[in-house]
Design a protein around this ligand. Structure first.
Ligand code: FES
Length: 79
């Protein structure tokens, strides 16, 4: 990650950190972005967080480098 770039850590439209969302997902047994969106709203606003939510579910990470457009397409295509 470039030194000046801050990691992406949260949904902005429905303020929740990915750390909080990961914990809720583990507690509630959510395995899809759609389940997270239905329960929290995250992903239903601007949608910017959707690829990050998918990556969180895939990897367990909660802070990300900015995802470039090619990776967004790949993450969202798998759903
Ligand atoms: S940042 Fe999550 S819906 Fe906009």
């Amino acid at each position: 990650m470039p030194h000046s770039q801050k990691p992406v850590r949260a949904c902005i439209c429905y303020p929740n950190t990915f750390a909080t969302l990961r914990q809720k997902a583990q507690e509630q047994g959510w395995h899809t972005v759609e389940q997270i969106t239905a329960a929290t709203g995250c992903g239903s606003g601007c949608g910017m967080c959707r690829p990050y939510l998918q990556k969180m579910l895939d990897t367990g990470e909660v802070a990300f480098d900015v995802i470039i457009s090619e990776e967004v397409a790949a993450l969202l295509k798998r759903r």
